[in-house]
Design a protein around this ligand. Structure first.
Ligand code: ATP
Length: 137
């Protein structure tokens, strides 16, 4: 069993999809370890996405991710990181497979409804960014 970290991004929260996305996550067999509604400051978003600082879309990404509330969560399941990437679908919703969260709820490449960690190492770093040990069940 292992863990991944996710955010329901500001577009999906604003569009009223929190409940449906959490239902897809739990129906796919993930256990919720930690969960909260929160908002990133610009500084938080810059730090969270520091790995993308040199990319042309970094400013847009930081502005978008700090523009409204998000849901942050830690999820547990065997093969969590890869299985969650499969559940959310491709970064660009136009390329996302049928039945994936991004196919159903993303609006564009930038406003793509959900984040999923890309490795066990990043899952641990991103989880610690948002949750203390006492908030992990
Ligand atoms: P995430 O890290 O959010 O799960 P990902 O791993 O599928 O997404 P990355 O390539 O790591 O995609 O990009 C991180 C995020 O940056 C994307 O989810 C998307 O919101 C944004 N992004 C990526 N490419 C672009 C782009 N070309 N234009 C605008 N935003 C982009």
């Amino acid at each position: 069993t292992n863990r991944t970290f996710t955010m329901i991004k500001p577009d999906a929260v604003a569009n009223g999809h929190i409940g449906n996305i959490l239902a897809m996550i739990t129906n796919a067999g993930f256990r919720i370890v930690s969960l909260k509604l929160t908002q990133l400051t610009v500084t938080d978003a810059q730090a969270f996405y520091a790995v993308h600082a040199a990319r042309p879309f970094y400013g847009e990404l930081v502005e978008f991710m700090s523009c409204g509330p998000i849901v942050a969560a830690i999820l547990e399941k065997e093969n969590a990181v890869l299985d969650f990437r499969t559940l959310i679908g491709a970064t660009n919703p136009a390329d996302a497979a049928e039945g994936t969260i991004r196919k159903l709820y993303a609006t564009s490449m930038g406003e793509n409804a959900v984040h999923g960690s890309d490795s066990d190492e990043n899952a641990a770093i991103e989880s610690a960014f948002h949750f203390s040990g006492r908030e992990q069940f």
